[in-house]
Design a protein around this ligand. Structure first.
Ligand SMILES: C[S@@+](CC[C@H](N)C(=O)[O-])C[C@H]1O[C@@H](n2cnc3c(N)ncnc32)[C@H](O)[C@@H]1O
Length: 406
């Protein structure tokens, strides 16, 4: 990658070696990540008896990972470059397929952690023009990213080491979890040295496919599966734009940039927009993927802040067989919790509500769908509803208005 002229900014020394805390599984901070729903989605998959699965909008891959851990052979799809890297690491990589692979990764991570910083594009753009990382960490990101390309490009280590770098950078960033802005004051975590860890790989088969869900759905690239999970964006929040720093670190193409957040110039290209981020195009795109996905059972995530109503969603799934809707209460994303601020950082407004309701629609063969829903309800993880649950709503400790027996 060409290295632009560097302005002032230090290059940090190597990080001290750090072992990953045992059994701590990290994924990057991600808007709409289904962390809270993973237990329920795991129970659904378990009760479905699926052997093959598809995650058509995989994002952090945490749902794909949970299903892969159940022994389901997963296909993880996303249009974003960085999400595809995560999918290649956690879903397409089988750590047991090649003897010595994990030791090789551990060795490479140790070496990368010993590299001194070398200021480059990340330091100049994301630490000096913008302030996403402290310059000493930016210089280490530059050095590590260059080394990954130089020493591992084209090998099966590349996606795993890239993931290790993205997760390390995420642990020392200075944002609220979105990259459309950075904090005025450094976040405390930004002062920690960038330290890579060995990603916690999941054994078993799987594949990663990068592309537009609307083009891939129904094609042989994603095939026919027992269980498909659909978790598309439901509003204008663009993932490639909200996570442009990860996109650029993966692409490593030193793009021209614009605005205070130094976003990639090519984000302005209308051809890059997802149909799921347009109010006019989203309903049709969603109906298309629900209708065309080749799966026995479809599981669809949706929240009540979408452009589509509960009834419209239900109707869109009805063609697939019996439909059951599970409801879950959840906290809204961090931007909403922090409040509305003017450019100088003063709070200028309040956010109407801090909780929303997540829905999971399950559609397919009636007895299978009911068995899956019952498993979730029996474990107290969610409730079945036949109409929207009022918002703002309390955590459904008991049965909320609209709940129905399953
Ligand atoms: C709500 S997020 C998925 C979060 C994921 N389930 C998780 O738990 O991390 C939606 C994802 O859809 C991806 N996406 C947006 N438009 C897409 C499209 N047209 N085709 C495929 N993926 C798309 C985004 O990059 C984003 O990762």
């Amino acid at each position: 990658m060409p290295t632009p002229a560097i302005r002032a900014g230090g290059s940090g020394g190597p990080a001290t070696r750090e072992a990953a805390p045992p059994h701590v599984h990290t994924v990057i901070k991600y808007l709409g990540s289904k962390r809270r729903l993973v237990p329920a989605l795991t129970v659904l998959a378990e009760a479905s008896d699926a052997r093959t699965g598809l995650d058509l909008f995989c994002g952090t891959t945490r749902v794909s990972q949970a299903w892969k851990r159940l022994g389901i052979s997963m296909t993880a799809v996303d249009s974003a470059r960085f999400a595809h890297v995560l999918a290649r690491c956690y879903i397409a990589t089988d750590p047991e397929a090649r003897p010595g692979f994990v030791a090789e990764i551990a060795d490479a991570v140790d070496r990368l952690n010993m590299l001194p910083g070398t200021p480059g594009y990340v330091t100049a753009t994301f630490c000096e023009d913008a302030r996403f990382f402290r310059p000493e960490n930016g210089a280490r990101i530059d050095a590590v990213r260059d080394a990954i390309e130089r020493d591992h490009e084209g090998s099966d280590r590349w996606p795993v080491l890239m993931t290790s770098l993205l997760e390390a950078a995420d642990r020392v960033d200075s944002t609220t979890g979105l990259q459309m802005a950075y904090l005025k004051q450094w976040a405390p975590r930004a002062n920690s040295p960038l330290t890579l860890r060995v990603p916690e790989l999941v054994a078993g088969p799987g594949q990663a496919v990068r592309g537009d869900a609307c083009a891939l759905v129904g094609s042989d690239a994603v095939g026919h599966v027992d269980l498909a999970y659909l978790d598309p964006p439901y509003n204008q929040h663009r993932y490639d734009s909200n996570y442009h720093v990860w996109d650029t670190i993966v692409a490593w193409d030193a793009p021209a940039h614009y605005g205070v957040a130094c976003k990639r110039q090519d984000l302005r290209d209308p051809a890059r927009r997802s149909a799921f981020n347009g109010r006019r195009t989203m309903p049709g795109a969603l109906r298309q993927v629900i209708g065309e996905v080749r799966a026995e059972v479809v599981v669809l995530s949706y929240n009540n802040e979408s452009w589509l109503s509960f009834e419209e969603l239900h109707q869109a799934c009805a063609g697939r067989g019996h439909v059951v809707v599970l409801a879950f209460d959840s906290a809204r994303y961090v931007g909403a919790r922090i409040g509305i601020h003017n450019p100088s950082g003063h709070k200028v407004g309040t956010v109407s509500h801090l909780r929303n309701t997540e829905y999971v629609l399950v559609a397919g063969d009636r007895s299978r769908v009911l068995r899956m829903a019952r498993a979730v309800v029996d474990r107290g993880l969610g409730v079945v509803v036949d109409r929207p649950v009022p918002v703002p709503g309390p955590v459904p400790a008991d049965v909320p208005d609209g709940a129905v027996p399953v």
